[in-house]
Design a protein around this ligand. Structure first.
Ligand code: NAD
Length: 249
């Protein structure tokens, strides 16, 4: 028996980096993974690679209509949803002075609206069966507030607080749904190599911990734990995975 055997999992931004690693880890432990991405071809490649009945769907997480149709498709195909990994994200290299309102809204449409909509539309489907586990990808930026990633840190702070609101709401309403946020430091993915912004400076510069940077599989191991029933007593938590960067004086 796999650690998430028979569960249906939806991963956003699953075509690259952490989302692809999360999808792979979940499939390896028995989940049927719905790999979604705004770039459907990348999601399809991941679904084909990980197997285990995985399917790929196009999903721009900032679109309410697309969330509704993806949930309808999952309900029709599988009749359940047990795990939601709200992972999709973008980064912008700009401090507050250099961030336009348009760019601020773009970052927040994907990471704040996207996580909000994911939870809003997943909860009813999770409640139709045995409840579930929601895992929201935040960042150490939510805890430290990186000046150069102003909009990004703002959105990740919203992800952190939305997670706690939802965890408490689910308890108060008697839902069997847990909701936790994951806060990675710099992990080697395409995101840390290129960033939209004023000087295309690599994101990793200045925020990488000493020594080897984290790998997507490091985060995937934590996501898998949160997705599985092994973490049944972990709820509303913010799990930092950064090789100690945030605790350094
Ligand atoms: P990545 O760029 O490799 O992957 C991001 C994925 O999100 C891509 O597949 C992209 O197509 C998708 N995406 C972008 N806009 C989307 C949209 N509107 N709708 C759906 N999908 C969309 O980046 P990654 O490093 O794997 O990042 C994954 C998550 O982890 C992000 O939320 C990121 O903020 C977070 N994170 C990453 C790091 C890191 O160091 N890599 C650190 C902390 C947090």
């Amino acid at each position: 028996m796999g650690r998430v055997e028979g569960k249906v999992a939806l991963v956003t931004g699953g075509g690259s980096g952490l989302g692809a690693a999360d999808s792979e880890a979940l499939a390896a432990e028995g989940a049927i993974v719905v790999v979604t991405d705004v770039k459907q071809e990348t999601a399809q490649a991941v679904a084909d690679r990980i197997g285990g009945g995985a399917i790929a769907l196009a999903l721009d997480v900032s679109s309410e209509e697309q969330w509704q149709s993806v949930m309808a498709e999952i309900k029709a195909k599988f009749g359940r949803l047990d795990i939601l990994v709200n992972n999709a994200g973008v980064v912008l290299n700009a401090d507050v002075e250099d961030t336009s309102l348009e760019k601020f809204r773009w970052v927040n449409a994907i990471m704040t609206d996207g996580v909000f909509l994911g939870m809003k539309y997943a909860i009813p489907l999770m409640n139709e069966n045995d409840g579930g586990s929601i895992i929201n990808m935040s960042s150490t930026g939510a805890l430290l507030g990186y000046p150069i990633f102003f909009a990004y840190s703002a959105a990740k702070g919203a992800v952190r607080s939305m997670t706690k609101s939802v965890a408490v709401m689910c308890q108060e309403k008697g839902y069997k749904i847990r909701c936790n946020s994951v806060h990675p430091g710099a992990i080697e993915t395409p995101m840390v190599q290129t960033a939209e912004g004023r000087d295309a400076q690599p994101v990793a510069e200045g925020v990488l911990p000493p020594g080897t940077p984290g790998a997507p599989k490091d985060v995937a191991a934590l996501v898998l734990y949160l997705a599985s029933d092994e973490s049944r007593f972990v709820n509303g938590a913010e799990l930092v995975i950064d090789n100690g960067v945030t605790i350094r004086p």
